[in-house]
Design a protein around this ligand. Structure first.
Ligand code: D41
Length: 668
């Protein structure tokens, strides 16, 4: 047998053992036998280096350290999950589903909710080509080198896999590995991790994959992204089973259950197992199992209507409320914050908790010097759950929010239908100014490196900067004159500012800090409008026509651009050199006419793309994609085996597109 063939056989054999060990949890040989095989392969490869391929089981570690992670745009967004905190919310979720689906009985797949880091793996021709973090769901970081060091992630798929396969799942650090890692960190006098999730995230975001390789990480698949295969199983459980056949690890606790009752039983079972599971979980996830039903239900905002996370009760502790502090947010929102005697809640020291607003303080009757129960749930801000009235000092007084802003003394007002009170000072209020600037320079916005909170605070305190445009006018002398700054740091900041001028329209829109315009809305706006000028002119009504932009958001956007001082600042920024490529807008012009305002329904099986791809292509062109046919439907895209929807469309006289016509319409 030729050496190459021998090497190939060894790799296949090792991969097969990996599969039995990591995925099936049922090893066929002992660890030392396995080590022997690995060593044999290493020796052969060392003698025949030209035989080494990137998917060889020996090639998990050793890549050069990176200087930064590259960005990866997810071809299909990684969605988020809605939460249910009690049984009622699960019933509500199920009731909405049964109503929309017109059926009483629904099968769900119930899964443990792993507390780690969501990632997406992309396989092409069976080989792992990229691993990316979820990031904001739309764009993540390329962590391929690190992902390859995770031993239960296959470098190549088994069996009859599709040409392209994206797998979504969670990277976790098992409890045992976490404890051991922290012991090692202590021994090395390095920082210890607060919990397994932080440790997993920190390990996956190492620039040197050799470090990641030493960390005990594990991966579990829970969904698919883009896939070039039309004949996938018709249930989520079937898809997970298929993933396992292809060599991907799937949590063994997953279970198909019937109706809400089955879901809630599963919740109790897993809650009882929580302490003995090898990994940390913070709840369970229910997903409607039938893919067709999933498609009918569709998505709302960034979360599917067919899935929900049922969270375990958060961890709680008892402490003293020392004071109530008032924070003023970027948009003037006044938030009361409880200052607490520091207390350990589930491994994290908590010294502050949000009190939300005046109504919440009144409802819970929270007062200074009270003894309170605080709760911490995952990564959310700690909360005061309730007051122990029996421990309340006799002289305590109800707490009332001040009616003047504690920072700028402007009036605090509360609009009738809003829960929050706001400082009316606008950019006159130093707190608002500071936060607007911090937001403007932040990583997701203009990304001005080296211009952190401390510098922004100084700029505002010294009255050097009143609005974002002023940042660009500061001289070298002014920068160098700030505390802890010198010539060199002044040069660095000025260079970062210069560099940040080349940006994207989406980032710029987000940076402006328009109320209710977060990253995802900014992305949508940048995709919909060919230029900023066009957006500035858009009416509230036009804005509302865009999918995912509701009346409130539309109003805030239109209002923002109606303010002359906002336009003036934008013009100053552009004059100073802030710019973005119009590449995106050119492709948009080329594909015109767009499908803005048109409603599509997809049915049957498409051969050249899957439904999610078809849907996102349509949405990019401004079309709406709906789950059911009505007289408002403009087009039905009918793939193979179209059933009742095709009939209904014919009856209603809705235009019907075959796949080829549809692809032509997309301009592909
Ligand atoms: O175990 C998890 N953390 C988990 C997360 C899971 N079992 N299933 C999930 N399913 C989804 C959808 C339904 C959107 C495919 C998820 C997540 N999403 C998720 N993880 C992070 C954000 C969303």
């Amino acid at each position: 047998m030729s050496i190459l063939k021998q090497i190939q056989q060894l790799r296949t054999e090792i991969n097969e053992h990996n599969y039995h060990y990591y995925v099936l949890d049922n090893p066929k040989i002992t660890d030392s036998e396995y080590d022997l095989l690995m060593r044999e392969l290493q020796t052969l490869e060392a003698n025949y280096p030209e035989s080494i391929t990137s998917d060889s089981p020996t090639q998990r570690v050793g890549a050069e350290p990176l200087s930064a992670f590259a960005e990866i745009i997810h071809t299909i967004p990684m969605l988020s999950l809605g939460n249910a905190f009690d049984n009622t919310e699960v019933y509500d979720f199920a009731e909405r589903a049964t109503e929309r689906l017109q059926t009483k009985e629904i099968s769900y797949i119930a899964e443990p909710k792993l507390d780690g880091l969501a990632i997406s793996l992309r396989y092409e021709a069976g080989l792992l080509v990229t691993g990316a973090t979820r990031g904001n769901g739309h764009q993540g970081e390329n962590v391929t080198q690190n992902v390859k060091t995770i031993k239960n992630i296959p470098l190549c798929l088994r069996g009859q896999y599709p040409e392209i396969l994206e797998v979504r799942g969670e990277v976790v650090m098992p409890k045992a590995g976490f404890a051991k890692l922290n012991q090692q960190q202590v021994a090395k006098c390095e920082k210890i991790f607060a919990n397994p999730r932080n440790a997993a995230a920190g390990s996956l975001r190492q620039l040197d994959s050799n470090v990641t390789a030493t960390r005990p990480l594990t991966f579990y698949s829970y969904a698919i992204g883009a896939v070039s295969e039309a004949n996938l199983p018709k249930t989520h459980s079937g898809i997970l089973h298929q993933l396992q056949e292809w060599g991907l690890p799937v949590a063994q606790q997953n279970q198909v259950v019937q109706d809400v009752k089955g879901c809630l039983q599963y919740y109790q079972t897993i809650l009882a197992q929580r302490a003995t599971l090898p990994f940390e979980i913070d709840g369970v996830v229910y997903k409607i199992n039938d893919i067709e039903q999933q498609e009918i239900l569709g998505y709302i905002s960034k979360a599917p209507r067919w899935a929900i996370a049922h969270k375990f009760p958060a961890q709680e502790a008892l402490t003293q409320l020392l004071a109530i502090e008032i924070q003023v947010g970027r948009t003037g929102a006044i938030t009361p914050v409880a200052k607490l005697a520091p207390v350990n809640v589930g491994g994290v020291t908590v010294s502050h908790a949000t009190l939300h607003n005046q109504d919440e303080i009144r409802r819970k009757d929270v007062r200074i010097n009270d003894t309170v129960i605080v709760r911490r749930a995952g990564d959310v801000i700690p909360e005061v759950v309730r007051v122990l009235l029996e421990k309340r000092p006799t002289d305590s007084q109800p707490f009332v929010l001040p009616n003047k802003c504690p920072v700028c003394d402007s009036a605090v007002v509360r609009i009738a239908e809003e829960a929050v009170a706001r400082c009316t000072g606008g950019l006159f209020c130093p707190a608002q100014r500071q936060q607007a600037l911090q937001h403007y320079v932040s990583r997701q916005a203009m990304d001005i490196d080296g211009l952190g909170k401390k510098l922004v605070v100084q700029l505002v305190e010294n009255n050097l900067v009143n609005n974002p445009a002023d940042i660009y006018d500061l001289s070298h002398e002014q920068w160098a004159g700030l505390e802890r700054m010198g010539d060199k740091s002044a040069d660095n900041v000025m260079a970062s500012i210069d560099k940040s001028k080349a940006t994207t329209l989406a980032r710029f829109l987000y940076a402006l800090g328009i109320r209710e315009v977060g990253e995802s809305t900014a992305n949508i706006l940048a995709e919909q409008f060919t230029s900023l000028e066009q957006l500035e002119l858009a009416s509230e009504h036009e804005l509302q026509q865009i999918t995912d932009i509701g009346p409130v958001v539309a109003k805030h956007i239109a209002n923002f651009f109606q303010q002359p001082h906002n336009i003036e600042i934008i013009q100053r920024l552009q004059a100073i050199g802030v710019h973005w490529s119009t590449k995106d807008s050119i492709t948009q012009i080329l594909t015109e006419p767009t499908l803005a305002g048109k409603t599509f329904v997809l049915t049957g099986t498409l051969l050249q793309m899957n439904r999610n791809e078809a849907k996102s292509s349509l949405q990019k062109l401004g079309a709406k994609v709906s789950g059911s046919i009505s007289k408002n439907t403009d087009y039905l895209v009918a793939g193979e085996k179209s059933g009742s929807k095709l009939e209904k469309a014919k009856n209603l006289g809705v235009a019907i597109l075959e796949e080829a016509e549809f692809i032509e319409l997309l301009g592909k």
